[in-house]
Design a protein around this ligand. Sequence first.
Ligand code: ADP
Length: 190
Amino acid sequence: RNGRHLVALINDILDLSRVEAGRLDVGRISVDPFALVDEVCSLMSVRTASKRLDLRIEARGRIPVSVRSDPTRLRQILINLLGNAIKFTESGAIELRVWHEEVGGGRLWFAVSDPGIGIAPEAQARIFEAFTQADSSMTRRYGGSGLGLAICQRLVEGMGGSIDFRSHAGEGSTFWFEVPLPRAQAPLTV
Ligand code: ADP
């Protein structure tokens, strides 16, 4: 287990360094947004099941069956956000929502909500900084390095999008992000 933690930490540090060095290549290949969300959820279902949490997917409105984007980066961001949601929640349901906004070339939105411990107001301003956790007891209680959100923010911004969150201590959190898409070439599902 220590080995796995170390590898995860090294990968996070490498990712962050790559992004900071401007070496982040953003791919543009065909992605089925709903299939991506479904795949990420089945990947995370081992963790939700072991904590007896529900994991729900909600697709709002019409979602293109194919968009041009970077599935590896999108997957990495979703895994990070879902990983946090699971880590900081002891009971209830985690929800992953996806929707498409038809403005310009279109935008893809994702939101991850949890009914977990939430983030204290005084910690909220620093949450996207690298190596930052809400408070110093976090590492002891939950592990982690405080790099996940810093990486997510840089990846989202590298794709031309934005990321934000809303959280109430003791009530839970919702993290969402959106990425712009090049002009849609594919039909929309109903
Ligand atoms: P890590 O999870 O490795 O500590 P992150 O950068 O992903 O690092 O998160 C930074 C901090 O933000 C966490 O340590 C935690 O304090 C807070 N945080 C992130 N997501 C959540 C969440 N869903 N619920 C409560 N706190 C969160």
